[in-house]
Design a protein around this ligand. Structure first.
Ligand code: KG4
Ligand code: ZN
Length: 343
């Protein structure tokens, strides 16, 4: 007998946000996220504190997700959880909770690759979201990853290019730290950039030996030297030029991303282009992609804001696809901090 209404509880705990979502098939009924503010005091995520906060948050977050969806845990058909990649201590909290609840409820457990989930978040059924057609390219840009992927079906993610050092989210966050902004600095750079002049300062774009790869650590060093040099001349340089610095740095980063994406589209002939991951919340990337629709005839897929940064709904949609093919977790599948996109 095929079940028409599948309720899935999804849990995301790969980094510093504890998320729980309830999906009814491919629709999201609730998508709760508890952000851990504590890391801002330390200028970055402290793994030990993150896993502790997950332990505190996970029960209330799951309860709230059930309540908002208007169902009880006994109505669930399966539980999906993030297997990796991420911080081991954080992943273990979500994985152990999901496993225990699935055993108690006698329902299947489904492990989900966090990076695949960022990409497949595009398949959540939502009136505000277009669903891509295969094959499409996806630029995955987060605090831990920067890749250009070719996606031919739900299970096939070919890496066309990736960062050889820092992820693009790190480039934003590390620059923000140099500017004295709190963690995570990406959203603040975006906000201040809107008030500044993007052509005020020029930064050198790093070179890579493979044309679709990225490199961001050199850019960070370039920004550091630039700030040190300018501050020697004027100790208030950052304060007086904050908006222009943010606008110029953001413009340099977005330029690098869009240039490589255009090249990937030219090489593959694919004009269906998606973005995924936390950095795709960036307003300049969104604007540049929309411009490519007009100038290059691209069909672009930009996820709804709440499915962009880490969230449990994206784990739920992969859980749903795996449920349909009976692709369940076997008890030997463990949390894996270094999971690759095709694992
Ligand atoms: O996907 P995500 O939520 O977590 C990871 O799996 O890494 O991405 C978080 C990253 C952080 O580096 C954050 O600064 C960045 O996404 N980010 C942004 C913006 N919003 C989030 N970067 C630039 N502009 C934004 N608007
Ligand atoms: Zn993520």
């Amino acid at each position: 007998m095929t079940k028409k209404h599948i309720y899935i509880l999804a849990i995301e705990s790969s980094c510093d946000d504890t998320g729980a979502a309830i999906l009814l098939n491919d629709r999201v009924l609730s998508n709760i996220i508890a952000n851990q503010k504590i890391h801002a005091d330390y200028g970055g995520v402290v793994p030990e504190l993150a896993s502790r906060a997950h332990q505190q948050n996970i029960v209330p977050v799951v309860q709230q997700a059930l309540k908002q969806a208007g169902i009880t845990k006994n109505e669930l058909h399966a539980i999906a959880f993030t297997r990796g990649p991420g911080l081991m201590g954080s992943l273990l909290v979500g994985a152990s909770f999901a496993k225990s609840l699935a055993i108690a409820l006698k329902i299947p457990l489904i492990d989900v690759n966090h990076m695949q989930a960022h990409v497949l978040a595009h398949f959540i059924s939502d009136i505000d979201q277009k669903i891509p057609t295969f094959p499409f390219l996806c630029l995955t840009i987060s605090g831990g990853h920067t890749q250009i992927l070719k996606i031919s079906n739900y299970n096939n993610f070919e890496i066309l290019g990736e960062t050889i050092d820092d992820a693009v989210g790190e480039a934003f966050d590390k620059t923000a730290k140099l500017l004295g902004l709190p963690y995570p600095g990406g959203p603040l750079i975006d906000k201040y950039a809107a008030l500044g002049d993007k052509s005020a300062f020029k930064f050198t774009e790093p070179k890579t030996s493979r044309e679709l790869d990225f490199s961001f650590s050199g850019l960070k060093t370039g920004i550091l030297y630039f700030l040190q040099k300018e501050q020697k001349k004027n100790k208030n340089f950052i304060k007086e030029n904050l908006y222009d610095i943010c606008a110029s740095v953001q413009h340099t980063i977005v330029n690098i991303l869009i240039k490589k994406l255009k090249l990937a589209s030219k090489i593959t002939g694919i004009k269906d282009i998606a973005i995924a991951g936390g950095v795709s919340a960036n307003s300049e990337i969104r604007k540049s992609l929309t411009e490519c629709q007009d100038s290059l005839g691209w069909k672009t897929y930009i996820p709804k804001f709440e499915y962009t940064t880490d969230n449990a709904a994206m784990i739920g949609i992969v859980g749903y696809f795996k449920y349909l093919t009976n692709n369940f977790n076997n008890e030997n599948t463990l949390a894996a901090s270094r999971l690759k996109i095709n694992d």
